[in-house]
Design a binder for this molecule. Structure first.
Ligand SMILES: [Zn+2]
Length: 339
């Protein structure tokens, strides 16, 4: 076996057999911001053989303070995070197979995304996706590891359907939009990212090597500024839970996915075509060359109009910066993208 893992193999709880399990494992990382980038780096260094990284966004300079996989040139080129992550992991550990998916996770694709996973890691930044992920993982019987970090505090919980409470057992209803602080409104510091992601990845390693007795079995909460660390022991799953108790998957069964979503605190709106399409980016780029500040790479076209910056992806999605008004964003989309 590769010398590269010698120190990890010396760690008795992993050993040679555990290392082989890591090499064979398939892990899905949903969201490749600060937490997801940290998961991806640690798992690829550990030799987890197959990573699927899903993210809808591109790298910006404001990400570089905490999103460890990315560098200045990624932000300058506005590379999609999933693509930049794949490139960087190729430099860290070329033996890891990375499936980079530039897409919004919603009810049309979430089950397909997690279907072949041994394990799912939460690197997202909002509850809407987490509830969707929870429903998909409960339905398909996948363990997933919830994680969140904002400001100097964070939380994590490992969810194994049927054995532990799920996200809806603990937080029955999704918090109202705008009611929780986000990294874009309250800021965030790197050490809380490192803390939460370290616990998530430790749990991932335990699960992959089969040492489930070592799982922490709690809702863990940390504040690295207030020096507060809490561990709330989890009990059994709630039999009345809509998701894991009754197997009613409200989030998967929602009639159609939101056509437009405000990206909280970012002064931006994401518009998705109602049906996923393959969008001819180069034809589109050629069409709008007369607009100001057109920037194009293999994955996206960005241009500015009337103080808004519009970024269009290959799947026909657009992120419209400079507004949090959905109808204004929809009208810009209809006027200039029109997919
Ligand atoms: Zn539940």
């Amino acid at each position: 076996m590769n010398q590269r893992y010698s120190r990890q193999i010396l760690f008795a709880e992993i050993g040679k057999a555990g290392q082989q399990k890591l090499l064979d494992a398939r892990v899905v990382i949903v969201g490749c911001g600060a937490l997801g980038a940290s998961h991806a780096e640690m798992l690829s260094r550990a030799g987890v053989g197959h990573l699927k990284i899903v993210d809808r966004d591109f790298v910006e300079f404001t990400n570089l303070q905490r999103q460890t996989l990315f560098k200045e040139s990624d932000a300058a080129e506005r590379l999609p995070k999933a693509i930049a992550a794949k490139t960087r992991i190729g430099e860290i550990n070329s033996e890891v197979e990375v499936d980079a998916i530039v897409a919004d996770v919603n009810q049309s694709n979430v089950e397909q995304i997690v279907a072949d996973a041994d394990l799912v890691l939460d690197g997202t930044d909002n509850f809407q996706i987490r509830y969707l992920l929870n429903d998909a993982c409960v339905k398909l019987d996948k363990t997933w590891i919830y994680g969140a970090a904002v400001s100097s505090y964070g939380t994590t919980m490992t969810i194994t359907p049927g054995q532990t409470p799920c996200l809806r057992c603990i937080f029955e209803e999704m918090p109202d939009a705008g009611s929780s602080p986000t990294c874009d409104t309250a800021g965030v510091i790197m050490p809380i990212i490192a803390t939460v992601s370290a616990v998530q990845v430790s749990e991932a390693l335990k699960i992959i090597v089969g040492d489930r007795n070592a799982l922490h079995g709690s809702l863990m909460q940390f504040d690295v500024w207030e020096n507060d660390w809490r561990k709330i022991k989890l009990s059994k799953p709630n039999a009345d839970c809509r998701s894991c108790g009754q197997h009613v998957f409200d989030f998967l069964d929602a009639e159609s996915h939101e056509f437009a979503a405000v990206l909280c605190g970012r002064d931006a709106v994401q518009i998705s075509p109602p049906i996923s399409t393959s969008f001819d980016l180069s034809a589109f780029g050629a069409k709008i060359t007369s607009f100001s500040d057109v920037k194009q790479n293999d994955y996206l076209v960005r241009f500015s109009i009337d103080g808004n910056e519009i970024t269009v992806f290959r799947d026909g999605r657009a992120i419209i910066k400079g507004t949090d008004d959905i109808s204004a964003a929809r009208s810009l989309y209809a006027r200039y993208v029109g997919a």
